[in-house]
Ligand binder design. Structure first.
Ligand SMILES: [Zn+2]
Length: 69
């Protein structure tokens, strides 16, 4: 096993552990607010389509591990 593989394995393990503890990231569309505002009608807003109003997205690793449902 060469050093590159060991580093890769360590980084992967670190990433998965972090996904266990912190399974979410802020939603890129609404930035954790969970709401999107209408551009055509002032003051109107609705649930964000991407995060469905939760304001957060599950990380890929968290999905793999079945975390953060
Ligand atoms: Zn969102």
């Amino acid at each position: 096993m060469d050093a590159g593989l060991i580093v890769l394995a360590l980084l992967t393990a670190w990433y998965l552990i972090s996904c266990l503890v912190y399974p979410f990231k802020p939603c890129p569309i609404c930035g954790r607010g969970g709401e999107v505002r209408s551009t055509s009608y002032p003051g109107a807003f609705g649930n964000c389509r991407i995060c469905k109003g939760s304001g957060r997205r599950r990380r890929t690793g968290a999905r793999l591990l079945g975390r953060g449902r």
